[in-house]
Design a protein around this ligand. Sequence first.
Ligand code: PAF
Length: 218
Amino acid sequence: MLVVKTVEEMQKIAKSLQKQGKTIACVPTMGFLHEGHLGLIQYAREKADIVITTLFVNPTQFGPTEDYSQYPRDFEGDCRKAEESGADYLFYPEVEDMYPVEFNSTLHISGVTDRFEGAFRPEHFDGVAIVVAKLFGCTMADIAVFGQKDFQQTLLIKRMVSDLNIPVEIVVMPTVRREDGLAKSSRNRYLTEGQSAKANMIHQALINGGLAIEKGIR
Ligand code: PAF
């Protein structure tokens, strides 16, 4: 697996792969890879000639009081895991390369982002939209694979590629969970042992809520 550190080099490689007629799958991540990410990379491996995993902790999708600087990072571990799962390239750009001082664009996809997470994290989805559009521009992907865990994000990305005519097929893969039901997430790192033991209650409560609705309970 080759680590590619600049936008220019990534685009050069992607253009050359395209010229050779290779299909490219992109798996965008912010690193600290877990089984959920690895499943996406393995799926991409089956679907395309070339798999590019991107590792970029995107500052524009974090609010001013959020965890950008503490976001868990493990570059060595991520390289090993991405390679073992079948990635050919790891795109690992610097913030200054993705957002140079003259960078001056915003991207707001309304509708799908108005409610739920978008309602209380106002900057978040604009940051996701701009970085994912940029990652598609850098990797020239034919397919991009995302996890269903971030469900609203997948709706936003589908809307964006349709609205902007970006020629990439969006694939959404089921959430990978711990045995007790908790969704695998890089941020599970923040949970204490006690919190981690209790966190599956959220999943359990949603299942119970679903069952109640099916029985007609409102
Ligand atoms: O889901 C994530 O990890 C991020 O939101 C993404 C899609 C890689 C954009 O930074």
